[in-house]
Design a binder for this molecule. Sequence first.
Ligand code: NAD
Ligand code: MG
Length: 337
Amino acid sequence: MPTMYYEGDANPALIARRKVAVLGFGSQGHAHAMNLKDSGVDVVVGLRDGSPRTDRAAQAGIKVVDPATAVDWADVIMVLVPDQVQPELYDEVIAPNLHAGDLLLFAHGFSIRFGYVTPPPDVDVAMIAPKGPGHLVRRQYVEGSGVPALIAVHQDATGEAKAVALSYAHAIGGTRAGVIETTFSDEAETDLFGEQVILCGGIDSMIRAAFETLTEAGYAEEMAYFEVLHELKLIVDLLYEGGISWMRHSVSDTAEYGDITRGPRIVTEGTKAEMRKILNEIQTGEFAKEWMAEYRAGAPNLLAARAAVADHPVERVGRELRPMMPFLVEKVPADDV
Ligand code: NAD
Ligand code: MG
């Protein structure tokens, strides 16, 4: 079992004595900044001039300054801009304004693990990575609970890196749920693997393939949508609550028998061999290199895929069906925090 930390393991006074800069006010940034503020921490948000997020941060009652000023002023700097933007922001804005003894925090190990950011030896470098999207990090905090988080220390110049990072986790609600100790490498590699083979890539691809199979066989698009996308949530909730046995116990015996006999024909030894290849591409840094090259070329494949999926029939029919389900709040990417 990895080491776990809870409320009593953190010293809230450590972060309360420091000045904190949160760089970025997106999914994670808004949640961290608002939770820190509500925990009584002295926090500013660093945003570029003219950033569309400036008004939102100001509305939340948080002071906004330019990123260089924020880094210079703070002793704890949490980097919550997109991973692909971090190397440039680090070189141009963070590095020139870092001071010996500062704590540089990340919410994902990508930049450090794959060598895109290399801080000087006289600063502390750690990670507090909530295992959930920012909206949840904020909502759980407001409700008096928290989202579990990972903690890792990459570099400990002051001898206090872990204690201050844990105090930060306490202030955003992480220790209420539990903070699990890991390393930058393990976090970065497992996080990428999970999102590629199951959480995002695997599930997306299965949904589209199953939808296409049903509709190409003549079944109604609406039926296919409910079957292969909508109902997924109900199954995932069961897995989340009690694992595979609880899910299998909750579905019918017919469904369970179909699961055990047909599942292995969908995810085969070949699929697992491909998973190992994908893991290897992550471990060697090949994936990181490919993604940074894509981003620096203007992300042509990413943008083309975004446009293409919006036109997929499963997306079109979903947009038509969701307004008929009053218990759902329509989510479109632009609505995102
Ligand atoms: P996001 O895209 O939601 O928000 C990014 C923010 O950075 C925005 O406020 C944007 O305006 C700002 N920004 C973009 N370019 C900038 C620049 N050059 N200078 C200053 N600000 C800039 O990002 P996010 O999803 O919150 O991710 C932030 C970090 O948190 C990443 O390291 C990510 O891996 C990690 N993380 C995200 C999640 C999640 O669920 N979204 C979960 C855990 C960890
Ligand atoms: Mg500083």
